[in-house]
Design a protein around this ligand. Structure first.
Ligand code: MG
Length: 171
């Protein structure tokens, strides 16, 4: 088993409308996140967690997130690319846990869609994907609504000892 963590922060873009893209889901909001890609801090943190677990570098070394080819790209592309790299090293995803810090909008109604989207891209059952949202009680940059921070962890298991599509329940 291998564990990895990922952290990402994106500012809200000035003078832009929504939607807000988080966890691969378009969330109705009056502001979007700034970023070279679609600004999906949740998928960026999760991508780094997967790569970190396999000691394969980070999202920048994986796909060149600042290159012209990735401008405005759907960050699900990054997540899928990380999964291919991880699988290529003989690992599969045991489970992932993503925590989003945002004062607003309220994310709870969108969490099931985020879990399903991530589970689809990681080719695992949704019960292996946790997405949680919290505020910082109006403290700090997330509390002031300047941006969103995301923390993610990923656990990998050796592919030959693990059924990636099965239940997350311990044997
Ligand atoms: Mg990012």
């Amino acid at each position: 088993m291998r564990i990895g963590q990922g952290v990402d922060v994106h500012a809200f873009a000035p003078h832009t409308g929504g939607p807000l893209i988080l966890g691969g889901v378009a969330i109705p909001h009056d502001r979007s996140l700034a970023g070279h890609s679609d600004g999906d801090a949740a998928l960026h943190a999760l991508t780094d967690a997967l790569l970190g677990a396999a000691a394969l570098g980070d999202i920048g070394t994986l796909v060149g997130v600042d290159e012209p080819a990735t401008r405005g790209v759907d960050s699900r592309v990054f997540l899928r690319a990380a999964l291919r790299q991880v699988r290529g090293q003989g690992w599969c995803v045991a489970n992932v846990d993503v925590t989003i810090l945002a004062q607003r909008p309220r994310l709870a109604p969108h969490i099931p869609a985020m879990r399903d989207t991530i589970a689809h891209d990681l080719a695992v059952a949704s019960d292996r994907v946790s997405v949680k949202a919290s505020t910082t009680d109006r403290l700090g940059f997330t509390g002031r609504g300047e941006g969103i921070a995301v923390f993610a962890v990923a656990l990998l298991a050796a592919a030959h000892t693990h059924d990636p599509g099965g239940s997350a329940a311990a044997p």
